[in-house]
Design a protein around this ligand. Structure first.
Ligand code: TRP
Ligand code: SF4
Length: 325
């Protein structure tokens, strides 16, 4: 079986964007790969070093969400990055041979420095973000990495770094890894911008049915459709774009009632909210089970770290031999 590796920074409760953009795929991949999923707390700390006290809660909340969605500790390795110190050791080996220019040219890095103004990201660690990500992937010799588009430059860097390692030490320790892109189109936030906790425009996996109903009721619709008898333009309506994901069987019907002005936006949104509530029902139920068992989440991460570490230790032996012998 080939190995899949992916990680997510623990930034708190997950939302629908995480589910359709990543977690669904993670769950599905468990059928055909050995999957290793890491709670990337070191990566989170690079951005959140001033809010580090929240990390413990964020790690817990995110792990609960993973388990509720069906990431399965019986089949996959689920662990906390900082529980496996080999990540930092490999990062150091890789840092030594990574040219500064590769990191400074990284488009994701440049974009984040430009866009994130609430935190000072002009740090030594943050520049090296992709080196730690490369270490994550290479430590387990993963062949496939499910990621979003914004992470593609990091995967390209991973390949360049691993080739440079093999070239300098004249040993094929690492093989190339490829991206697995999620097929689902990206879900926008409730206000039509990118769905993100920092915009406050998310539907969280842990939201109650009432909360979901209220959030969907407040979604913006086609601004040209003010009254029931006005014809609507579904392609300019964020609510309609949600139908693709949550009510695929009603997309053409919804287009008809919108363009023909036969159903109002209030009903159209109520219909969507009910579908989302239903869609999240199994996750809600699983969450209750996970939360009922105190200590379960901790034991999952502990056992995951042991399994991850067994692999990591083996790779590090090879790395040290390649570098020093
Ligand atoms: N940087 C990734 C993100 O923000 C998270 C991550 C950390 C990751 N380590 C990884 C993703 C290794 C894939 C592989 O989404
Ligand atoms: Fe949007 Fe539905 Fe209203 Fe049309 S009827 S504008 S799709 S909310």
């Amino acid at each position: 079986m080939k190995t899949v590796f992916s990680g997510m920074r623990p930034t708190g409760k997950l939302h629908l964007g995480h589910l359709v953009g990543a977690l669904h795929n993670w769950v599905k991949l468990q059928d055909s790969y050995r999957c290793i999923y890491s709670v990337a707390d070191w990566h989170a700390l690079m951005g959140e070093y001033e809010n580090s006290h929240q990390m413990v809660d964020h790690i817990y909340d995110m792990t609960v969400d993973w388990l509720a969605c069906g990431v399965d500790p019986e089949r996959s390795i689920i662990f906390l990055q900082s529980d496996v110190p080999e990540h930092l050791e490999l990062q150091m080996f890789l840092s030594c041979l990574t040219p500064l220019g590769w990191l400074e040219r990284n488009p994701t890095y440049k974009e984040q420095l430009r866009e994130i103004t609430t935190r000072d990201l002009q740090t030594y660690a943050f520049l090296g973000y992709p080196v730690l990500q490369a270490a994550d992937i290479l430590l387990y010799k993963a062949q496939a990495v499910p990621i979003g588009e914004d992470q593609l430059p990091h995967l390209e860097l991973t390949r360049e770094i691993s080739r440079r390692f093999n070239f300098i030490y004249k040993k094929d320790v690492f093989a190339d890894c490829e991206a697995i892109m999620t097929p689902t189109p990206r879900l926008l936030g409730l206000d039509g911008r990118k769905m993100s906790k920092s915009y406050g425009n998310t539907i969280n996996l842990s939201d109650t049915p009432d909360e979901i109903m209220a959030k969907v009721r407040n979604m913006l619709t086609d601004p040209k459709r003010l009254r029931l008898k006005d014809v609507g333009h579904p392609d300019e309506c964020n609510v309609f774009s949600y139908y693709n994901t949550f009510l695929p069987g009603q997309v053409s019907e919804a287009r008809l009632w919108c363009e023909g002005a036969t159903k109002g936006c209030t009903d159209c949104k109520k219909n969507l909210a009910e579908a989302i509530i239903e869609y999240l029902r199994p996750i809600r139920e699983k969450r209750l089970k996970v939360l009922a068992d105190r200590g379960y989440v901790e034991s999952v991460l502990k056992q995951g770290a042991e399994k991850a570490r067994a692999i990591a230790v083996t790779t590090m032996k090879e790395v040290r031999t390649a570098v020093f012998r």
